[in-house]
Design a protein around this ligand. Structure first.
Ligand code: M3P
Ligand code: FE
Length: 303
């Protein structure tokens, strides 16, 4: 039945001690495993073994993984990727820690995407039996889960087509140079009812603009910004709302310079909805609903 969600991503960090401080103490992620130069993390409301993996050395995205429902899905996506003309290989069990066999596909933009249907189940922190709404003892902003990510591509239209044709995603919102243009400045793609699992914006191939963590609501966004001030986190964009997806947001940087986002709200999406289209004269309001201004640092700085 297809892609379940963005399961994990590996991000490079220059200094592991500083990165641990940020992702564990400020973000509140939990360590689930450690290897030489790697730390595996998950949010309190995630059931699977890990969602974010820190890799010591450099900066930027190493790879990402989508969890699919069945082994049949792996075969389907492998065939689709070959039909598209993408590089695809089989991934054996254990190549990704605690993950079963899968496939590894390189997108036209050069991003490495792994698909898998088995990963060690750890359970979330409140359990499934008569649970409380959140864990009693929280650390930092206590993010429940990874939400979505945004990658850069030189040819957004081609990569949008790749994610749609190969992985069966649909476009929820797009920025087009003109209403009827087949070209894309940016696209927000969903595999299910999230308003986006992955977005693609025009920029350098292999680039990572940000990855976002879920927060429950706007009050948690405000509290997160307060905690970032206490922990001296470099805030890029203070709490505001996106016109695109209507989500509330903060952008900030980890100590290595990778951009993170906290994201709350936004609407639920459906496969049978029309794609929302934004045209260039309204991009400012599309990205930042209140300031209605896009600053160059936001679009031009990424890892
Ligand atoms: C989001 C979002 C850019 C837009 C970003 C939008 C980089 O992060 O979650 O909708 O132009
Ligand atoms: Fe985002």
């Amino acid at each position: 039945m297809g892609i379940l969600r963005l399961g994990y991503l590996h991000v490079r960090v220059t200094d592991m001690a500083e990165a641990r401080k940020h992702y564990i103490e400020t973000m509140g992620l939990k360590v689930t495993a450690e290897e030489a130069g790697k730390v595996y993390l998950k949010g309190w409301d995630e059931w699977d073994h890990h969602s974010v993996v820190l890799e010591e050395g450099g900066v930027g995205l190493a790879k990402l993984g989508f969890k699919v429902q069945s082994e049949d899905d792996l075969n389907t996506y492998e065939n689709n990727a070959r039909t598209f003309g993408a590089t695809v290989e089989r991934m054996s069990k254990g190549e990704e820690l605690e993950v079963g066999q899968g496939i590894r596909v390189t997108t036209p933009s050069g991003h490495v995407v792994e698909l898998y249907n088995e990963i060690t189940y750890l359970g979330n922190e409140v359990g499934y039996l008569n649970p409380y709404p959140f864990p009693r003892h929280e650390t930092g902003i206590s993010v429940p889960a990874l939400d979505h990510m945004l990658i850069m591509a030189e040819d957004v239209a081609l990569n949008e087509k790749f994610f749609m044709d190969t992985f069966g995603m649909y476009a929820v919102e797009q920025i087009r140079p003109e209403i009827d243009s087949p070209a894309r400045i940016a696209t927000w793609l969903s595999a299910g009812q999230k308003n986006h699992d992955i977005a693609i914006v025009s920029g350098k191939d292999k680039g990572l603009h940000h990855f976002a963590f879920q927060l429950e609501d706007w009050s948690k966004i405000l509290r997160a910004a307060d905690i970032f001030a206490m922990d001296d986190v470099s805030i890029d964009i203070t709490p505001t709302r996106h016109g695109i997806t209507r989500g509330t947001t903060i952008y900030f940087f980890d100590p290595a310079g990778n951009r993170n986002e906290t994201y709350a709200g936004g609407y639920r999406a459906y496969r049978d909805r029309p794609t929302t289209i934004w045209t260039p004269e309204h991009i400012g309001r599309g990205i930042f609903s209140h300031s209605r201004e896009l600053n160059a640092a936001f679009t031009e700085v990424y890892t």
